[in-house]
Design a protein around this ligand. Structure first.
Ligand code: IDP
Ligand code: MG
Length: 149
């Protein structure tokens, strides 16, 4: 089953949106595989966002993601990567589709509430960075046959 890595970023946690965001993913039919409420170390932040190193917003991004705890999660399902990116919406909240998390709760790209992996390969890489293998739960949900064809 395809897996994707998701973060409710510090602004989402501070604003009390963890439950709302998890509820949207559950309701969509995605299945939770791992979750961890945690502080983000400087080292973790720099590894996770290494592709953005050197960009003008990089220092602000590292400060943002380490500024308060986050909820780190792995969600799985058919087309999980694309489905979660769609539920979160475009990077810039003012370009995010109505009904998406970033549209419904955000105004600025530097406070856009969530992270979600942008490819299956990055989903696997990011899951391995943030979670130990034994933290991933393999389980069957009784509803699965009504959601996955
Ligand atoms: P994504 O989170 O939608 O995948 P990326 O382009 O990978 O977007 O950028 C990572 C994160 O960096 C964004 O979610 C956002 O928090 C931040 N970011 C991206 N572009 C800007 C910018 O122009 N100004 C400030 N922050 C930005
Ligand atoms: Mg990205």
């Amino acid at each position: 089953m395809e897996r994707t890595f998701v973060i409710v970023k510090p602004d989402g946690v501070q604003r009390g949106l963890v439950g709302e965001i998890m509820a949207r993913l559950e309701r969509r039919g995605l299945r939770l595989a791992a979750a961890k409420f945690m502080a983000v170390s400087q080292e973790m932040a720099e590894t996770h966002y290494s592709i953005h190193k050197g960009k003008p917003f990089y220092d602000g991004l590292i400060a943002y993601i380490t500024s308060a705890p986050v909820m780190a999660m792995v969600w799985e399902g058919v087309n999980a990567v694309a489905a979660v990116r769609q539920t979160m919406g475009a990077t810039h909240p003012t370009e995010a589709a109505p009904g998406s998390v970033r549209h419904d709760f955000g105004l600025e790209v530097g406070r856009n509430i969530t992270h979600a992996s942008d490819s299956v390969e990055n989903g696997e890489k990011e899951t391995a960075l943030w979670f130990k293998p034994e933290e991933l739960v393999n389980w069957q949900r009784d509803l699965d046959r009504w959601i996955f064809e």
